[in-house]
Design a protein around this ligand. Structure first.
Ligand SMILES: Nc1ncnc2c1ncn2[C@@H]1O[C@H](COP(=O)(O)OP(=O)(O)O)[C@@H](O)[C@H]1O
Ligand SMILES: [Mg+2]
Length: 471
């Protein structure tokens, strides 16, 4: 963080100083909510959670060197006391980003936010110092905490924004107003909570409404291939830049193919030149993510060659997203258990088949959550696609949705043992342990709540007796 005195911080957040002998003491960062991360010069934010009250750790963090605590009541050690700690944290982030020289890039979408944010960060940081959301910390607390890690040196600040309802993105853009805003897609993630695709589009589009007008540098980067995203052009005064496969896209890919190892390769076209990309990431859904990242980087002054080079070198920064591991016996485990939706299921199955050419392929799949009325049809479609793509073995894991998935495969014409339905992760591991042969490729994927990464981890454990941890 940029250095601020306790007196300044108290003023910015509208708080009262308590037990502070010297208000000119500076906070040099980081700002933390986990007491274990508090060190010299830090500011500890005390939240009251369901199980833990941050205020109980106030003395310990000051002992560890923290300059003060941002708290909702006096705690007997140096504190800035406010009514609403979350609002105060937001106000502090807002103040600090206003003083930074960094360009703010924000992105949202239903699927691929974290993967794309990691791509944008890797491309931009090849050019200049870049701070970005770690993992998926994209909510009203993670976002300001991330923004507060930026320093005077930071040139680009890349922030993932999540939303579970109307007004959430507006709140986040209020804390960290972006100059460049990217909307990836409007899919079916959390459709149950939102009430429908139009509501999701309404909520995600708040990002482009928050951008400055084109004359002030505002740029809205929109997916040309997603009609609900494209329509957001009407909701912004910023310059609109389209990415996608559509001919009208400003940034697009030509000659898209998957290599034999399942990695996308394509020719990247930008308004100022073209260059070839072969990605290290797996799965064709990354083409769209890469184009989105390229559009952002191009807007921020990078050339097609620079962007293509960085995209070709970019790795996976976040876990369990098409994480490919070779076992000593030649079994390849593809752990994509971080999350799942209909689009990413299809992309992952295609990548599996590309990687598994001439080998036996296994798709170990679980439920895609929050699909509302579309759940039956979407699980059925994934089961059918697995058969059409000629996946050797389908293992559907879990309850009702897994049954639908397996039934889809069966109705599409899978034979006897080609598709099976098992009740839980342990049963899947037992089945795989008894049937996997050297050279097989295994994809593991389901929604986050299913926790199927335990299957991938069990397959990678040495020894055959490991139990799957209960969740
Ligand atoms: N462009 C995309 N379209 C559809 N699914 C995607 C896309 N990019 C990634 N995914 C899949 O969505 C899941 C979540 O990816 P992630 O990047 O963490 O997205 P988010 O942060 O939006 O939840 C992963 O399983 C990944 O394979
Ligand atoms: Mg995410």
């Amino acid at each position: 963080m940029i250095a601020l005195s306790l007196a300044e911080i108290a003023e910015v957040v509208g708080g009262q100083t308590h037990d502070i002998p010297d208000p000119s003491v500076q906070v040099t960062g980081p700002v933390v909510r986990d007491s274990r991360e508090a060190g010299p010069g830090s500011l500890f934010v005390a939240f009251v959670g369901e199980r833990v009250d941050g205020h109980d750790y106030a003395a310990a963090v000051v002992e560890a060197g923290a300059a003060a605590v941002l708290a909702s009541r006096p705690v007997g050690v140096p504190a800035i006391v406010v009514e609403d700690v979350q609002a105060a944290l937001g106000a502090l982030a807002r103040h600090v980003v206003g003083r930074l020289g960094a360009t703010l890039v924000a992105l949202t979408g239903s699927a691929g936010k974290t993967s794309t944010k990691d791509l944008i960060a890797q491309v931009l940081r090849s050019k200049a110092p870049t701070v970005f959301t770690p993992g998926s910390l994209n909510n009203e607390i993670g976002l300001p905490l991330t923004a507060l890690t930026a320093t005077e040196e930071t040139k680009f600040l890349v922030l993932e924004m999540g939303a579970r309802g109307i007004g959430h993105i507006r709140y986040l853009t209020g804390l960290t107003p972006p100059r460049v805003g990217l909307v990836l897609n409007v899919g079916s993630a959390h459709i149950g909570e939102f009430g429908g695709r139009e509501q999701i589009a309404e909520a995600k589009g708040e990002l482009v409404e928050a951008l400055p007008p084109a004359e002030e540098g505002g740029a809205a980067i929109l997916n040309a291939d997603d009609p609900l995203v494209r329509a957001m052009a009407a909701r912004t005064k910023a310059k609109v830049i389209l990415f996608g496969e559509s001919d009208e896209a400003d940034v697009r890919a030509e000659n898209v193919r998957l290599t034999d190892s399942g990695q996308p390769s394509f020719r990247l076209h930008t308004p100022s030149g073209a260059s070839d990309v072969t990605m290290r990431l797996y799965g064709e859904h990354h083409v769209s993510n890469a184009l989105a990242a390229a559009a952002v980087a191009h807007e921020l002054g990078m050339s097609a060659d620079e962007i293509a080079r960085a995209l070709s070198e970019a790795g996976s920064l976040s876990r369990w997203r098409m994480e490919v591991t070779e076992r000593p016996d030649g079994v390849t485990v593809v752990n994509d258990a971080y999350n799942a939706n209909p689009e990413s299921m299809k992309a992952a199955l295609r990548a599996l088949v590309a990687m598994g050419k001439g080998r036996r392929t296994w798709a170990v799949l679980g439920k895609m959550a929050e699909l509302g009325d579309e759940a039956l049809a979407e699980h059925d479609a994934v089961g059918r696609l697995a058969v059409r793509l000629n996946v050797s073995k389908l293992v559907a894991v879990g309850g009702r949705e897994a049954a639908w998935l397996q039934l889809g495969a069966y109705n599409e014409g899978s034979w006897g043992e080609e598709s099976v339905h098992v009740s839980d992760a342990q049963a899947a591991v037992d089945l795989l342990r008894s049937q996997l042969r050297p050279g097989d490729v295994v994809l593991v994927k389901a929604s986050r709540s299913v926790g199927l990464e335990s299957v991938a981890q069990a397959l990678l454990e040495t020894g055959a007796e490991g139990e799957v941890a209960a969740r």
